[in-house]
Design a protein around this ligand. Structure first.
Ligand SMILES: [Fe+2]
Length: 423
């Protein structure tokens, strides 16, 4: 073998080993998130938007089985023929599925069986990763990266759902017993102005990105300024004390109907005890830190706050243009602190930022071919884009082009408010 061939083979083995290491690391992280849970916690589904942790662990495994092993291992036999029905989330082209709202009735398979499922699929995945022919790299690897990014999205969902599940228990149990230090000062609020101009957003290169981030395209931005940091609890309290939740003129019509129907008078997880505000966190009920960014805010609340402040929410292109100029640094789940902190960098991480941009396909958007085309595109209706990542997002999951999306009434995700203003 020539020295060039040996070099190439070595390069191929290194990149293959890197992929195997990445696969194992991401899969391990999901299990690590569940380590503080007791057995009963795995089964809880406190509201229709959430899923039991056990279901998350199985569903992400089903994703690898369905979209990698079945597609790329000749003659693959399913681990359990029933799992396709109970762990399919929303892929209509794959087949019928168990109702999302009733995932908590799945007391079987047991959590032990779900872990066996995970380990069994991991073995077969590592086998595939070790042996697949280099000529298939372009076909298999994007699918594996999709599976890994999908699992990272479910890692964030695990934190969100575990928090909601624990909060729904009147004993308000904590996910973790420690209390990370709470800083008591936030940075001074300032404004950064932006010239008008044609900007380019979206993704076109070969690196991993979801289909909803593609293609790259141009957008005209009018002159505007962006607030230097997220809105704090203290600033949100000013809005509440100014009767923010009682003044219909501040609210979108749908938002006003929603807060009246749901009797919302504060952000999710806030509780007033003896005249003092507290906030439920993954560390249990804590005294509200006025300097920390206000979190678990719906689009309706973010918009009403902006209206009250005489500002507006940013457009997604405005945030992406800013993020493209900055290193990806901030408060992510890798820090091990699973609540937003006062005074830390808030461009990336900390909290997802609601934008005033509807979640629709970019000009030229094409869903991925096949069943994985159901991943994003079919949800482009009635939802709004959020940007930047949060304290429960893994650092290596985020990109400046990343588009998260939720319904305007959703607020169990780690979402906050950044303001913008036209100039
Ligand atoms: Fe999923």
């Amino acid at each position: 073998m020539s020295s060039i061939n040996i070099k190439n083979q070595f390069k191929q083995e290194v990149r293959r080993q890197k992929l195997i290491d990445l696969y194992q690391r991401v899969r391990d992280q999901s299990e690590e998130i569940c380590l503080p849970l007791c057995m009963d916690d795995y089964q809880i589904q406190s509201t229709m938007e959430t899923s039991p942790p056990k279901w998350h662990l199985a569903h992400v495994t089903w994703f690898f089985e369905t979209f990698v092993l079945k597609d790329f291992v000749p003659g693959y036999l399913p681990w359990n023929a029933n799992y396709n029905y109970i762990f399919n989330s929303y892929y209509q082209t794959i087949g019928d599925m168990h109702a999302r709202t009733n995932r908590d009735v799945l007391s079987r398979p047991t959590i032990e069986e779900v872990y066996q499922y995970r380990f069994g699929i991991n073995e077969q995945m590592v086998d595939l990763l070790t042996t697949f022919d280099e000529s298939q790299w372009q076909k298999i690897v994007p699918r594996i990266l999709l599976g890994l990014n999908h699992e990272q999205q479910h890692q964030e969902l695990l934190f969100m759902d575990i928090k909601h599940n624990l909060w729904s228990n009147p004993l308000r149990p904590a996910y973790l017993d420690s209390h990370p230090q709470n800083r008591d000062s936030s940075a001074e609020l300032s404004w950064e102005s932006r010239e008008p101009g044609l900007v380019t957003i979206g993704q076109d290169d070969d690196s991993f990105a979801f289909d909803n981030e593609r293609p790259k395209h141009k957008i005209w931005l009018e002159p505007h300024q962006l607030c230097s940091r997220l809105i704090t609890n203290a600033e949100y309290l000013d809005f509440m004390e100014d009767r923010g939740y009682q003044r219909p003129e501040l609210w979108l019509s749908d938002g006003w109907s929603h807060i009246k129907n749901k009797h919302w008078k504060s952000p999710l997880y806030w509780e007033c005890q003896d005249g003092k505000w507290h906030e439920f966190t993954l560390y249990g009920l804590e005294t509200l830190n006025p300097s920390a960014p206000v979190s678990h805010i719906s689009y309706y609340e973010a918009d009403a706050f902006a209206h009250w402040a005489g500002k507006r929410l940013p457009l997604e292109a405005e945030l992406e243009t800013k993020l493209l100029e900055l290193p990806i640094q901030g408060h992510f789940s890798d820090s091990g602190i699973y609540r937003p902190q006062a005074g830390v960098g808030q461009n990336y991480g900390s909290l997802w930022e609601w934008t005033a941009s509807p979640y629709v396909g970019y000009p030229g958007f094409k869903p991925l071919p096949g069943s994985v085309g159901e991943y994003n595109g079919k949800f482009m209706c009635n939802q709004w884009v959020l940007r930047g990542g949060s304290c429960v997002t893994p650092l290596d999951h985020i990109r400046p082009t990343y588009r998260n999306f939720f319904y305007p009434h959703d607020r169990w995700q780690f979402a906050g408010i950044r303001l913008a203003e036209d100039l």
